[in-house]
Design a protein around this ligand. Structure first.
Ligand code: 4AD
Ligand code: MG
Length: 445
């Protein structure tokens, strides 16, 4: 049997006889010609079975093949600019075939299905072209994240998933029974990273994160992946610079390495191409003004209702969506009200009602993909905040220690992988951005 190749490398094998191992994706029957669309995980290629060029047995088998049957094909790679597929431009003139398993009737057909049906068959839905493209972009986003931190002096630290206390508010904790004591699934690795910087300077953790979000929105999962860098001797301005460099690198890497996938998703990449530093920065105060202006100008009564807010409230999805439509690039909104954010945020000098926090909002209506801040470095202030937020001091003794032994100004942020993928791919829901999404009403399959 000729050497097995990956479809993504097909251009390197023009004119050669090769083997492809994969699955039947789609087919067209033209009598003496069978056009079989085959995928192997790396790409899609059209395999042409011509009656005169194969044995009668192979031809009959090719004609009877069902969608998702597994097979081994041999044939000659032919260049043809019209040939469909990814990367496309090449087809396989089949000389032989072995069917490994003739698939039963596949529940997911090339026709349209409802979302709930597809979600119930997520384990099979993953095979479709669109899901393949999205999850390849996801893998590239993850690689770019690691690349950027690994080449900018950050040390990867794995923070625990079973934790004794809340980081991002007590209302979204998943409780587990830890040998008779409560323990919670991590909402964030941040507090541990704050310990890690005193040993390593710049660190990042990257892993699954859990929020018992009761909200059924398209921007929330109960299990999502977050990367969280934390940097010693770093203030809010320096943090914003890191964010814009980092996010630009992720987007540009996807544009370079996942052009076929973005094309398949029919993503208009013109906005993505503009994602280069610097990003516009506006204060929360200014952003509230912009939202008020949009409210005054709109004729849409529902939108006017949705955008109602007072100084002191955090922005919700509608506010972020409208706000980002005003900018062509991601926008950094800094200086949120202290009471709208988490307990650990450093206050603004001489304005304690404002925190040194920053959210990065993605354009085209996508909204928050990063939340971050400078952290409180003063021991007494931190104790005061724990009290104000009603958090148990015992659980935070170790965290208070960090303000006792060589405390320094420091900052960090968290970027949500799924929201980033959703924006880069131009999707309207997070459920397709992770292989097996976990949501309020879904833990199956
Ligand atoms: O803004 P968040 O809650 O910030 C933190 O957890 C900080 N401790 C991070 C830090 O400073 N180290 O979450 C950060 C990001 C959000 O901007 C969003 O992209 C994502 O995590 N995120 C979610 N993604 C999907 N589903 C959810 N329920 C999410 N909650 C947050
Ligand atoms: Mg946030």
């Amino acid at each position: 049997m000729p050497d097995t190749i990956r479809i993504e490398d097909i251009a390197r094998h023009a004119g050669e006889e090769v083997t492809i191992k994969g699955w039947l994706f789609n087919r067209t029957d033209k009598g003496r010609l069978q056009f079989l669309q085959v995928r192997d995980g790396t790409g899609f290629v059209q395999c042409v079975v011509f009656k005169k060029e194969v044995s009668a047995e192979v031809f009959a088998e090719a004609r009877a093949l069902t969608q998702e049957s597994s097979l081994i094909m041999t044939g000659t790679v032919r260049e043809d600019s019209r040939a469909p597929g990814i990367p496309g431009g090449y087809e396989l003139g089949v000389t032989g075939m072995r069917v490994l398993q003739q698939a039963e009737e596949h529940p997911i057909q090339p026709k349209e299905h409802g979302v709930e049906f597809l979600m119930d068959h997520r384990h099979l839905w993953l095979r479709s072209q669109r899901q393949w493209a999205i999850l390849r972009v996801r893998a590239t986003v993850i690689r770019a994240i690691r690349d950027w931190f690994d080449t900018h002096g950050f040390v990867n630290m794995d923070t625990p998933i079973l934790t004794p206390a809340a980081c991002e508010g007590t209302t979204t904790l998943f409780e587990t029974d830890y040998f008779g004591e409560p323990a919670y699934l991590a909402q964030s690795g941040q507090l541990y990273n704050e310990a890690d910087i005193y040993a390593f300077g710049r660190v990042y953790c990257f892993g699954p994160t859990f929020r018992a979000e009761k909200s059924k929105t398209r921007r929330h999962l109960t299990e999502f992946w977050m990367v969280e860098p934390e940097v010693a001797f770093c203030d809010l301005d320096q943090l914003m610079e890191i964010e814009e460099q980092f996010v630009s690198y992720i987007v540009q890497t996807c544009l370079r390495d996942r052009a076929h996938e973005l094309d398949l998703l029919e993503r208009d990449t013109s906005y993505l191409e503009k994602v280069t530093p610097p990003f516009p920065r506006i204060s929360y105060d200014e952003a509230v003004g912009v939202v008020a202006e949009i409210r005054e100008q709109t004729e849409d009564e529902d939108l006017r209702q949705l955008l109602a807010m007072e100084w002191g409230d955090d922005f919700g999805s509608p506010h972020e969506t409208e706000l980002t439509k005003r900018f062509e690039k991601p926008v950094l909104v800094y200086g949120y009200p202290t009471r709208a954010k988490a307990f650990y945020m450093e206050p603004w000098p001489d304005r304690p009602e404002v925190s040194k926090s920053v959210d990065l909002l993605a354009p085209e209506g996508y909204g928050e993909i990063i939340g971050g801040s400078e952290r409180i470095s003063d021991y007494d202030l931190l104790i005061q905040r724990l009290r104000e937020w009603g958090l148990p001091r015992e659980a935070f003794e170790w965290y208070l220690d960090l303000r006792r032994y060589g405390s320094v100004p420091h900052s960090g942020f968290g970027l949500g992988v799924e929201r980033t993928v959703s924006w880069i791919c131009g999707l309207d829901h997070l459920r397709e951005t992770i292989p097996f999404p976990r949501m309020l009403k879904r833990v199956y399959p």
